[in-house]
Structure formats: C-alpha cells, structure tokens
Design a protein around this ligand. Structure first.
Ligand SMILES: [Zn+2]
Length: 202
C-alpha cells in the first residue's frame, strides 16, 4: 500500500502522464540525433498528489507500508481522536498566547490558529495529553483549508469547507480582525481552555 508521507493517506493520484511522455518521445525521435535522447522523457520519475492533504511527491518519496501497519496507524489516529475528544470544538489560549480552535472534520483533526493578521489551518499530528501539548503540521492541502490566506498575503477568507464547521457568529467575529475583541468575546462566551501549548513541526 502506497501512502502519503505527510498525512498517511493512501489516496494518491498520479499527476504525470505516461501518454504525454510517449508522445514527447515520438516527437523527439524525428529530430536530428533524436534516437540518442528520445527515451529521456520515459525515464523521468512519476509525480503524485495526495488528494487528502495536497502534498506533491515524487515516486521515490512515497512511503510503502503493509496493511497491518496501515491498520495500526489508523488505530493510533483513532486513539488520538478519543484522547482529544474533550478539546474538540473548544477554543484554547495556549501558554504562548496563541488563540486556536480544535476542529474534527471528515475523520480528521485540525487546529485553526487565529491572530490579528491570520487564521491558519493546521493538521493535528499528535496529542501529548501528559504534556498538554498538541503537535501540528501547517502543510494542509487547499481542499482542507478552513481559512485561506488571500493571494495578496494580507488578510484571509473562510473557505466553503470552513463554513461547514465554524459557527456563523464566530465566522463574523474572526473576520473582524480585531484580536482583542475576538479574545474577549470568546473568553466571555465559552471561557478559553488554558495550560496547553502547540508545537509546529512544519
Ligand atoms: Zn497527504
């Protein structure tokens, strides 16, 4: 079983086309000395995209595991979801003063980190309950972004995907970009979870 190195999903799509390579090879064949190098397109490594997290990988970068290992990984993930259950849909103010929310969507855990300038979607990788630490990865494919940074680099928009998980009033609140107001409103409404921290691995 071939899986994505970043998120462990086995839904990989080939992005390079064999047909195009054969076509290029035939075209090159008719060029001067073409027979010497027309085979080059055929030996280039194939590329894949993970439909789960959006990571692009070369064939050599894809991890191969057996079904037993896949099962054990799924089991570990399920265990993490169980352990983090009390935090799902909750707002957290970390020890490093970062505001974030844990979200469970389509069988996966995400963290949305909000400050005055950005709202970043992270994929949750580990929950170390004994250390009160959440380990996240910022490599989240466009399909799973809850907020998307605008092309200009300034500001962000909620995605259609995000609209399905963020309550309407929170959408408006975060969009306001007024960080102090966001924190005080959320703290007044839900009381923020404290004593936790976030570690980013990418
Ligand atoms: Zn992936």
């Amino acid at each position: 079983m071939q899986i994505c190195k970043v998120c462990g999903s086995d839904i990989l799509e080939k992005t390079s086309s064999t047909g195009l390579r054969v076509f290029l090879c035939i075209v090159l064949m008719f060029l001067p000395y073409g027979l010497l190098y027309c085979w080059l397109p055929l030996i280039r490594e194939h590329t894949y995209i993970c439909t789960n997290c959006g990571t692009e990988s070369k064939a050599s970068e894809i991890e191969t595991i057996d079904s037993r290992e896949m099962e054990s990984r799924n089991h570990d993930y399920g265990k993490m979801v169980e352990e983090a259950e009390g935090l799902i849909d909750k707002w957290i103010m970390t020890d490093s003063n970062e505001l974030c929310k844990l979200i469970y969507l389509k069988g996966q855990l995400f963290v949305v980190g909000v400050d005055s300038e950005s709202a970043i979607t992270y994929r949750m990788l580990k929950y170390k309950a004994e250390e009160n630490l959440i380990v996240v990865d910022s490599r989240v494919g466009t399909k799973h972004q809850i907020y998307r940074t605008l092309v200009s680099g300034k500001g962000y928009n909620i995605t259609d995907y995000g609209k399905t998980v963020m309550p309407l009033e929170e959408q408006g609140l975060i969009e306001s970009g007024d960080y102090e107001h966001i924190v005080s409103t959320l703290a007044g409404k839900y009381s923020l979870i404290e004593g936790m921290d976030i570690e980013r691995i990418a």
